[in-house]
Ligand binder design. Structure first.
Ligand SMILES: [Zn+2]
Ligand SMILES: [Zn+2]
Length: 349
């Protein structure tokens, strides 16, 4: 049997584990609705590191990598709308289409997904030369799309979703708390729309510089500046109209509450299941504010993200920090992620 190099997660007793590069058998189509894709590019996500550290569940012995695209090499008998040679991007979150959440229009909250189905986390994913997925997970791409850029579509779809949830208007002062890879990708989407001011709050120097490079009007360093004071100064004492918490800690949520304008929307995007916060309900009632959650995205957000890439609206070259071969995933890729000196590292398996 033919083999390929793959990044396989091995769980240890404490919940986390280790990712090892090893030779595994090339998968074959087992069901009629499946396709075999040759992975061209797969992005490294913060979740990949969280899996290793034990901060995110994953299945033992699974090939990780969930932000990927490639070209179709084989198709099952029942696949009619995709062809061999098509470029596709993968939505790694498999949805059932028939649970109550799917039927009410919240496919991102599919009950079936909660059981653990994500490709690259619970089922084999994109850090390997080949991957088998069901046709429903594939979105056909325009022919000439750059496959490294295509690896950004999944995180970009989450950013598009967040932007839609926030309902950003032209006269809004927008604050993004946390300029990690996702905060910066959200920034890139918001920057493409006319708004009053775009302000990023971030501790790390490299990330603050990157936030400026991507078009922030102001950056604030909470280590050396009074965040609330700065926001009030910039917004003429009115506060922030849209706040996106791309971190998800108690401190960042409460930071959002300290700066929200009357009528503001506070969008919780970053996740940490340990976070707790105190809030005065009357601050919401009296000033008609909203607290909103933004979780992954809908299929239509994927379509919009594809067009953002296809129409070259997003400055891809500023978001892709490095492109590496699979054998450098751990040495270069994970290393740069831990150093926090990158937006996206793309792996070409
Ligand atoms: Zn991810
Ligand atoms: Zn469902």
């Amino acid at each position: 049997m033919e083999k390929m190099l793959a990044a396989v997660f091995h769980e240890n007793e404490s919940g986390g584990g280790e990712v090892k590069l090893e030779e595994v058998v090339i998968p074959i189509i087992m069901k009629n609705d499946q396709i075999l894709i040759e992975v061209k590019a797969c992005g490294i996500c913060g979740t990949d590191l969280k899996i290793i550290e034990g901060g995110h569940p994953a299945n033992d012995n699974t090939i990780i990598g969930h932000e990927f695209g490639g070209v179709i090499k084989e198709i099952g008998k029942d696949v009619k709308d995709l062809e061999i040679g098509d470029n596709v991007v993968i939505d790694p979150n498999e949805k059932c289409g028939y649970c109550i959440n799917c039927r009410r229009g919240f496919s991102n909250l599919c009950d079936f997904m909660a059981l653990g189905t994500t490709f690259g986390i619970f089922q084999n994913g994109g850090f390997a030369k080949y991957c088998i997925i069901p046709k429903s997970a594939a979105f056909k791409l325009p022919d000439n799309i750059d496959m490294n850029a295509a690896a950004l579509i999944e995180p970009l779809s989450c950013a598009v979703h967040c932007h839609n949830i926030a309902n950003v208007r032209e006269s809004d002062n927008v604050v993004i708390i946390g300029a990690g890879p996702m905060g910066l990708i959200i920034e890139s989407v918001i920057r493409k729309h006319p708004i009053k001011n775009l302000i990023c709050v971030e501790l790390n120097d490299w990330r603050r510089e990157k936030a400026m490079d991507l078009g922030a009007d102001f950056v604030i360093n909470p280590n050396s500046q009074n965040v609330k004071k700065e926001i009030m100064r910039i917004t003429n004492e009115n506060g922030a109209d849209v706040i996106i918490d791309a971190v998800g800690l108690s401190e960042t949520f409460e930071m959002g509450l300290s700066m929200w304008a009357p009528g503001a929307r506070l969008v919780c995007f970053g996740q940490d299941y340990r976070a707790e916060a105190k809030i005065k309900p009357n601050d919401i009632v009296r000033y008609q504010r909203k607290i909103l959650g933004s979780y992954i995205g809908y299929a239509e957000d994927f379509l919009d993200a594809i067009e953002l890439i296809n129409n070259k609206v997003i400055e891809i070259e500023k978001l892709i920090t490095k492109i590496i071969p699979l054998n450098q995933l751990i040495t270069t890729g994970f290393h740069l992620m831990k150093e926090r000196k990158c937006v996206k590292i793309i792996v070409n398996p």
